[in-house]
Ligand binder design. Structure first.
Ligand code: GDP
Ligand code: CA
Length: 322
């Protein structure tokens, strides 16, 4: 069995821990197609927050408290940069993490595509799944905001980390998406999959930038495998992160029904054949998309593996694309 997962960073990584556990039980292969919209160059280093969250989490090296970055991190480089007054000072650059960014940036400068760099980094972390960036091309999420009386587009990281999303926000733009091609292996993995799972990641800034690559979206929307989404919203709460602020910006209700309808049924130009919602949202209805309600709290590997089992069972009951 082959499972493909569309994933953002922290939420996607947690979900993938459960996918990997369930895949081991089934003897299945897992490919994660990971968002690159958060990627940014800082202090001359190419930083890929979502790829690193997935890699560190599956490699058992993430900081579970902070959610991102390495466990046992130190911050000497950040302090030294601050002592020089080097901007941006709002970005957390850990020492251990910096080594990852140095290796990545050197390999990119030597001409390797991001997918090859990711594979090289994964040789150390052994995530137990195949990790692919959605694209090797530049694709960055920018946010149109009003700051200091001026309307401008800032990088998603600046909006998220510096402003905590607390500035008047108008829209998200996926810079480069129109020209971006899927990374090698992405379309092939989706076409060969027995099931495609949409992780309970941020729909607006983690999943949407993946689907903004037209050939990735087409592969998902028209492929032979059933596509099952897992709701990132329980009740009216995004659990952690700022999915509520992102959804408000695109005028989507912060509910499982709102996000399910945003993705929409494959039969009507969307991507879903099934939508898994939390038990407390059992009344959720998404026109054209069969839903099932099960516990969706990723409180442990076992609980998350059970969610994945439920998603696979919903896939088994789905009639793909109809
Ligand atoms: P990011 O790229 O690091 O922001 O992470 P993702 O986009 O992959 O995932 C963030 C989203 O995961 C949050 O907006 C939440 O909606 C969702 N999330 C976090 N924890 C849970 C959980 O326990 N259950 C479910 N269903 N969703 C969760
Ligand atoms: Ca992210």
């Amino acid at each position: 069995m082959r499972i493909v997962v569309l994933s953002g960073g922290i939420g996607g990584a947690k979900f993938l821990v459960g996918v990997r556990a369930q895949a081991r039980a089934l003897g299945a292969e897992v490919t994660a197609v990971v968002n690159v919209g958060d990627d940014v160059r800082m202090h001359g280093l190419q930083i890929c927050p979502d790829l690193d969250s997935v890699m560190y989490t599956l490699g058992g090296a993430h900081d579970p408290g902070r959610g991102w970055g390495r466990v046992g991190e130190s911050w000497v480089v950040k302090e030294e940069l601050a002592a020089y007054g080097a901007e941006p000072s709002w970005f957390g650059l850990g020492d251990k993490d910096t080594a990852t960014h140095l290796v990545r940036t050197q390999m990119l400068a030597a001409g390797y595509p991001l997918s090859a760099v990711t594979a090289a980094l994964c040789a150390r972390w052994q995530p137990g799944i195949t990790m692919l960036p959605a694209t090797d091309d530049r694709l960055e999420t920018h946010v149109v905001v009003d700051v200091e009386g001026e309307r401008k587009a800032i990088h998603f990281q600046e909006w998220w980390v510096r402003y905590r999303g607390e500035v008047p926000t108008h829209r998200f733009v996926f810079v480069g998406a129109e020209a971006a091609k899927p990374a090698p292996g992405v379309v092939e993995a989706i076409a060969a999959a027995d099931v495609v799972l949409v992780a309970p990641s941020n729909p607006v800034v983690s999943i949407a930038p993946i689907l903004a690559v037209a050939d990735v979206r087409d592969a998902v929307a028209t492929g032979p495998a059933p596509v099952i989404g897992v709701s990132p919203i329980i009740g009216d709460s995004p659990i952690r992160g700022m999915a509520d602020k992102c959804l408000a910006t695109v005028d989507v209700a912060v509910t499982a029904a709102g996000v399910g309808a945003l993705y929409g049924p494959r039969s009507a130009g969307g991507i879903l054949d099934g939508w898994l919602v939390d038990s407390s949202d059992a009344a959720t209805e998404v026109p054209g998309v069969p839903t099932r309600a099960v516990p969706l709290w990723m409180s442990s590997e076992e609980a998350t593996a059970q969610m994945v089992k439920d998603a696979l069972s919903l896939a088994g009951a789905a009639s793909p694309g109809s």
